[in-house]
Design a protein around this ligand. Sequence first.
Ligand code: ZN
Length: 317
Amino acid sequence: MEQLITGIHHVTALAGKAQSNIDFYAGILGLRLVKKTVNFDAPEVYHFYYGNEQGGPGSILTFFPYGSIPSGRHGKGMLNTTSFSVPLSSIDYWQARLQQFGISYKPLQERFEGEVYLYFEDKDGLGLELVFNDRDERTGFTYGAIPPEHAIKGFYHVEIWEEGYERTAALLTEQLDHKLIAEKGNRFRFAANDIPGNYVDILCTPDSLRGLGGNGTVHHIAFATADAQTQQAVRIKIAQRMLNPTPVLDRQYFTSIYFREPGGVLFEIATAGPGFAVDEEPQHLGEALKLPALYEPRRNQIEKAVEPVQLNLHQYK
Ligand code: ZN
């Protein structure tokens, strides 16, 4: 049977100040800011998309920088860690770079064989990891400050904490084309495609507190599907599981449906296309503030409402 879900599409999180978000992700981590737009449901707030060169599925981390909202709390029913894939030979480079910019991190650890990781957080407390591995064949993007051989290649995995893993696991395997590919202790790893960028780890953490949404937490995770037709097929399967998917929503760069998985995490299904080059030349992605046609008549008002931001790449050499 045709595979309807091909892997992770993007992860979206809540952040504080817009400029410090850009400084951290484009400056220090060197991800490409592939789109600067606004929250389509709250156009006075930016929506930043970071990713690899084209902003391909499995590389896209997006933020709503709300300025100042109360901090959230990591916990069960939440996606607590998003990781980036980097070469095994880049361990010394990245430790030195994080130190250079005053970012503290936990000591290196090995998880599965050939997979060494380092946990750190952004300025708002969002849980991140660098996963050092030799299994990722993607080419990393760099603005120039990070040598190409050390550049981030995209996501490696995401980590979701749950009271119990079974109901989420059943949804992933029965409706979303995932397979259980590894397990260790309380960690169960699923993937629609067994390559870096697509791993979804479910951790059973019954003793942890429930996560609380807010600054520094993930808002939702999106899984990738090929097109409108496969999205509709997934939507039917989700409705059959009584999870009340939303209608298809136009997100300009993809179309989306949303629903909450049984453990409480908001899931989205997003189409691979049309992609970020639909309203900007590929070599100029992220440079201009892009608005959907609906908000274009209000551009003046929106530009006044959002704080001006810039890339400042020279400060992050
Ligand atoms: Zn999304």
